[in-house]
Design a protein around this ligand. Structure first.
Ligand SMILES: *Cc1c(COP(=O)(O)O)cnc(C)c1O
Length: 221
């Protein structure tokens, strides 16, 4: 695997309005350094236990993105440095992020993860739950979180038309929210969708952030 070539190839397929998050989960520090040396500065991890030691070991101009489901008792470890949490999938987690942000007087940027896949196993809000959350008084009280958009994962399937349909419906919801009155702490700017297998479709359907792992670092064990 030539990480540098992989990144440079990917960049040719990613338009300027879309950010590349290199998903480095399960990969060692040395491989992340190779990506860093190729100019990559945004990295994504899905486990707090793995993210914290990587943050400690690597240059501080890296933007770290949390992309995996979080237990509330782990939020405090990433609150001081996390650039964006893509995987806010419940009000409980959002409340905990706010609590940890308030302790250190840091406002933490988040995306709301929407369940768009057919599979039961994927985490996330339904559209109705998001509409309720955005209207709620409870959200107004969270002064140390900012919501910058939505994240979604398509069904794991070879049916690319289905994947496209799921991304399209997320984009439609994103646009609907964007064009409706939102609380001050909510801005619909980022739409995080697309992985190694489907990032091209996601970009065609309006992604602003693709989260790509194996196409950069190779297959994970
Ligand atoms: C692992 C992971 C990715 C990257 O997956 P690849 O198929 O290796 O590109 C993207 N998003 C999330 C939420 C992940 O957990």
């Amino acid at each position: 695997m030539n990480i540098k070539n992989n990144i440079n190839n990917l960049r040719q397929h990613i338009p300027s309005g879309c950010k590349l998050i290199a998903v480095s989960k399960t990969n060692p520090i040395e491989k992340i350094k190779e990506a860093y040396e190729a100019g990559q500065r945004m990295f994504g991890e899905n486990r707090v236990q793995e993210l914290v030691p990587k943050f400690d070991a690597l240059p501080k101009d890296i933007e770290w993105h949390m992309i995996g489901h979080m237990q509330t008792n782990k939020v405090k470890y990433i609150a001081p440095f996390i650039h964006l949490i893509h995987s806010v999938d419940s009000f409980n987690v959002l409340e905990e992020i706010n609590k940890q942000g308030s302790k250190i007087d840091r406002t933490i940027s988040c995306l709301l993860q929407i369940h768009i896949a057919e599979e039961e196993s994927k985490f996330g809000f339904s559209e109705n739950e998001v509409l309720e959350l955005l209207r709620s008084d409870a959200l107004k009280k969270l002064n140390h979180v900012q919501i910058f958009g939505l994240m979604g994962m398509a069904t794991f399937t070879d049916n690319l038309e289905q994947v496209r349909r799921e991304f399209r419906s997320l984009k439609t919801f994103f646009e609907k929210l964007k064009n409706s009155p939102l609380p001050a702490k909510v801005k619909m700017q980022e739409l995080s969708m697309g992985m190694s297998g489907d990032y091209k479709i996601a970009i065609e359907e309006g992604s602003t952030m693709v989260r790509v792992g194996s196409a950069i670092f190779g297959e994970r064990n």
